[in-house]
Design a protein around this ligand. Sequence first.
Ligand code: 5GP
Ligand code: MN
Length: 334
Amino acid sequence: MKIHDIQAIQLLLATPKKIAIIPHRGPDGDAMGSTLGLYHFLLKNNHYPTVIAPNDFPDFLAWLPGSETVKIFEKDTENCTKILEEAELIFTLDFNAFHRTGEMEHTLAKLKATFIMIDHHQKPDDYAAYTYSDTSFGSTCEMVYNFISFLDKKQDIDKTIGTCLYTGILTDSGSFRFPGTTGNTHRIIAEFIDLGVENTQIPILLFDNSSYSRLQLLGRALQNLKVFSDHKTSYTTLTQAELDAFHYIKGDTEGIVNYGLSIQGIVFTAIFIENKDEKIIKISFRSQGGFDVNQFARDHFNGGGHSNAAGGRSEMSMEDTVKKFEDLVTKLKI
Ligand code: 5GP
Ligand code: MN
């Protein structure tokens, strides 16, 4: 961040403010960890922060400290709109364009407040007065740690803030294994552990809390996996009927996409998940190494993200979507 911007933000935060903090739609560990980490920091500095998520977060994140205070725009639109209209400062975290908040985008676009963006996705929009955007970071949570340090407030980071930030660093780095993971990442984690952050308990809360039916759903996704060895690609699908059969709840499909990369020699994978309510197929893409799934998602599936992890959507049927994907894959030279 530019020193100029830091000084301006320090000035803004010098007196108590009404502040809204917003993660992207379908908030994940990094979106919830970063917004709640910042929430606790602002609370500690005598502000009046509220985290407003566009839609609900998955159950496996409900243990995060402060999650009970999070307002859900989709469920409580009137009240959330009021809070947004009254906010003097609005932080948008872990996303780069208003449309990533779904329906909430129309409300955000009308607001006059000062926006601050902290994010690690490519090609940020320019709605924010202050933009801290850097794709080299593995998580927004790591950037929030830096942001607090830039403000000269590192001493405020306590076990609660550390717990939130630890969560997003852990989930967005694929448990410290994706390319954005650096020595600094591990040094920050070490500081968190010294603050008492429960580094062995958090992964259990996040990853070892599956229902039996979630594992059966995973089994189905693994059975549906198709492999194109010549193109180093795999993909799988889950239809709405399959989700229903295994009593799908929000969060159950999290992480399933990664299994497609665990096959030897496969460097590009996707999962197609039908959502009958929204009449779309939601897609997640993952890659290892040089194949840029952000570009692929932007070019072909109305999405985006990072070079090794991106998402997109299709309004065609599952059959047609998968056919389009297969046609593209057979032309790929990976
Ligand atoms: P996931 O596959 O876990 O939903 O998302 C992977 C990454 O791509 C995340 O960083 C997420 O924010 C981003 N992403 C997911 N879906 C979309 C989308 O529809 N559009 C854009 N621009 N990014 C997405
Ligand atoms: Mn993120």
